[in-house]
Design a binder for this molecule. Structure first.
Ligand code: BGC
Length: 734
């Protein structure tokens, strides 16, 4: 449709029809099935839902969706939009978001989103509530499993890659979907790590550290944005005018569709900041929020009333509805409202096979080897290996987001994965050993485990298998019930019952490899003493065990780098590498009472941000800089040589960190990631990696929140992780 036609369509709508476009319904309202991803409100009052509603969320049955579209179009001129949470894959499930960040490979990340778009668009979905780019530095928060880690720069790169993958070159294509970046804003920074809790943050910190990944999404032309549940400096994010209008619309120029989170409009009343829902409706409109997800605030009862009373003008309503119509138009729904219901058979098996290959490759690119004593890994193909741990009983390494996709594709069990390799000639045993959690752990939902009724027998079997093996591979970690939405924990540890099993196993066999399944950084201090090798695998998706076997037996080498700092102890969180300088900085290993530290634990993490080993070894040398001064508007370059000095081929990720030594009256981070390059080096090969340094990279929000680069000294570190200070060069901005 042309803009003129869209405008005519808008003008032809009644107020009720306009407001209907702004309401997003759960399928349950029409008696249909759908995922429940929040507090289900049974008291939503909306009129003539099926004829007036603008969009539906959380529905996965394509045939039912097609029927609803047809039913809707009997009385409406405007097709429905179907929106869902496609978070880390659809039919093909990829590693979870922190794992994707750990690949440090934006091209691969983009490919995963591209595949998700193809698979979900074929089944009727138009919009995904992804990417979630909330920076979080507090691993107690359960939703760190959905974001891309603690770092602003890395998250911004991931944000852009995901959006480019979902949206492709044009939303009009049959196989692209609109992305909806979330949760705007600062949802990842509740002050005590508990989901939904308040965020109080200075304007400067918000702009320097937390907003850039959302801004990267807007710059990548994201179609939609979702407001967050939390209050920001006291005001609910959904009606926070400063973030929603001053920054998002006016400063960044976002002209796409804004949607509330699940019922977050109605929750403004609970937060005690409005008198009634009609006032919320008025505030939402003033915040240029276009769609009310699940809420019922955008209905004739509240929004209609606000229009009747004159508190909201019809021009304001038109502005919101126009943005929604424009999105539907961009997706090509007016020309063909059924174009997205092609069915999964429309994707040929050859293409699906390729999707699975990408998922499998992403397992070793995201899994992070953090310890490998005596080169226990990779395991020779003729060794006796005992696979032990609760995850032996699981073929599902896909998390709760895939669960709501109705387990479209789950993977093989570990034994099936091992058996699929025809050239493995060793002996392999499998035992569960213990349940995921002990009985005394309080949880609303508990993961099932076959050994719950007879733990001792299962444990005995595991110990026996460990005794008879050359190498033990422990498959352990957090069941997915321990993270995700409202999945915050006070102790970010591996469940004690699993640690107890590990202790017992370590007494009979010291060659232990741990494959860790986790939705957040965990405290691995004791584990790192008991295991010789550790691979942090997060939740690796539907090709999980195949990808894990690829690494275990040396067909691939793990090449992930941690997107979070892993603490030594619980009390260290929030923990992140880009700490701001203080007047009391502490030098590790030096005793000095009056410095910034805990008295019982070093400041450093157990494994730093950016860290990860390989089956081979890399040597950095010859750091050099093209000039010791950078003039404004020009650029200089920094290079370093990297050599693979080990016996195997492998990937190394060179990371560029910058320290702004002095800034006017604002203390700056001790280091900030500003670039990286993942390079593949054959054994013996050497490459020079070069980074360009520009004035833009040195800018930050200063004391008065101006975005500036200040003259003066900067230090650059190029190395293997955030604590690698071996190669540094200096320059001055003039
Ligand atoms: C979550 C969102 C999600 C929405 C729809 C909410 O509970 O916070 O991230 O997109 O549900 O499922």
């Amino acid at each position: 449709m042309t803009n003129k036609q869209l405008k005519e369509l808008l003008d032809s709508l009644t107020l009720k029809e306009k407001i209907g476009q702004m309401f997003q319904a759960l399928p349950q309202i029409f008696g249909e099935d759908g995922a429940i991803t929040g507090i289900f409100d049974e008291n939503i009052e909306v009129d003539d839902v099926i004829s007036t509603v603008g969009s539906i969320l959380n529905m996965y049955d394509t045939e039912r969706m097609r029927k609803l579209q047809a039913q809707h179009l009997e009385s409406s001129k405007i097709p429905l939009l179907f929106m869902n949470d496609i978070i880390h894959g659809f039919n093909t499930v990829f590693p979870i978001s922190p794992a994707l960040a750990a690949t440090f490979n934006p091209e691969l990340i983009k490919k995963t989103a591209r595949i998700s778009a193809k698979e979900s668009a074929a089944l009727g979905i138009n919009v995904t509530f992804s990417p979630m780019v909330d920076i979080s530095r507090d691993a107690r928060w359960g939703r760190v499993c959905e974001g891309y880690g603690e770092d602003t720069y890395l998250s911004s790169i991931c944000s852009k890659a995901m959006i480019e993958g979902y949206q492709g070159d044009s939303l009009e294509s049959d196989d692209t979907i609109a992305a909806c970046v979330k949760h705007f804003a600062l949802y990842g920074a509740p002050y005590d790590g508990r989901d939904y809790n308040n965020v109080d943050m200075s304007e400067r910190m918000m702009r320097n550290d937390y907003l850039p990944p959302y801004k990267a999404a807007v710059d990548a032309n994201v179609a939609m944005i979702m407001t967050a549940f939390n209050n920001i400096n006291g005001t609910p994010a959904t009606i926070n005018h400063h973030t929603n209008v001053d920054i998002l619309r006016d400063e960044w120029g976002f002209d796409g569709v804004s949607i509330t989170d699940y019922g977050s409009a109605k929750m403004c009343y609970n937060a005690g900041v409005v008198e009634n829902h009609t006032e919320t409706a008025q505030l939402l409109i003033e915040n240029k929020v276009d769609i009310d997800m699940m809420g019922g605030i955008y209905g004739m009862k509240y929004l209609g009333k606000a229009v009747e009373s004159g508190a909201v003008s019809i021009e304001q309503i038109d502005e919101c509805v126009m943005r929604i119509l424009e999105l539907k138009n961009k997706l090509g729904l007016f020309e063909n409202p059924y174009k997205y219901f092609r069915g999964s058979e429309s994707i040929p098996e050859s293409e699906r096979k390729n999707h699975r290959e990408v998922a499998r490759k992403s397992v070793s690119e995201s899994s992070t080897l953090v310890k490998n004593e005596n080169e226990l890994l990779p395991i020779a193909k003729d060794k006796k290996v005992a696979f032990i741990g609760p995850f032996v009983a699981s073929n599902d390494l896909t998390t709760h987001w895939a669960q709501i996709h109705d387990k479209r594709e789950i993977g093989l069990y570990i034994n099936e994965a091992v058996n699929s390799f025809t050239d493995l000639k060793g002996e392999y045993s499998y035992s569960i050993g213990c349940p995921y959690l002990s009985d005394d752990e309080e949880l609303l939902e508990k993961p099932e485990s076959p050994c719950e009724n007879d733990v001792q027998q299962y444990e005995k079997q595991a110990i026996e298998n460990a005794k008879n093996a050359d190498t033990v591979v422990m498959l352990m970690g957090e069941p997915h019930q321990l993270f995700g939405e409202s999945g915050s924990r006070t102790e970010i540890t591996i469940p004690e019952i699993q640690m107890e099993l590990l202790r017992k196993i370590s007494k009979v066999n010291e060659n232990i490899v741990v494959i860790l399944f986790n939705g957040r950084p965990l405290v691995l201090s004791e584990l790192s003493k008991l295991a010789k090798s550790i691979i942090v695998s997060w939740y690796p998706g539907s090709q999980g065990y195949l990808g894990i076997c690829d690494m275990l037996f040396g067909y691939t080498s793990p090449s992930g780098r941690l997107p979070f700092s892993f603490p030594r102890k619980n009390g260290q969180v929030p923990l992140f590498y880009s700490n701001i300088a203080t007047g009391h900085d502490h030098e590790e290993g030096q005793f000095n009472k009056f410095t910034l530290r805990y008295i019982d634990t070093p400041n450093t993490p157990l494994y730093p941000f950016g860290y990860g080993l390989s089956y081979t070894e890399f040597k950095y040398s010859n750091p050099s800089i093209s000039s010791s001064t950078l003039k404004r508007g020009e650029s200089i370059s920094v290079s370093v040589d990297i050599e693979n000095i080990g016996k195997r081929d492998g990937y190394e990720t060179a990371q560029l960190y910058i320290r702004d030594v002095k800034a006017k009256l604002v203390a700056r981070p001790l280091k900030q990631l500003k670039g990286f390059e993942k390079v593949f080096l054959k054994s013996g090969e050497k490459k020079t990696v070069t980074f360009e340094i520009t004035e833009e990279m040195l800018k930050f929000y200063d004391k008065d929140c101006n975005f500036v680069a200040e003259n003066g000294e900067f230090i650059i570190y190029v190395g293997a992780h955030s604590m690698d200070n071996r190669n540094s060069v200096k320059f001055e901005l003039i």
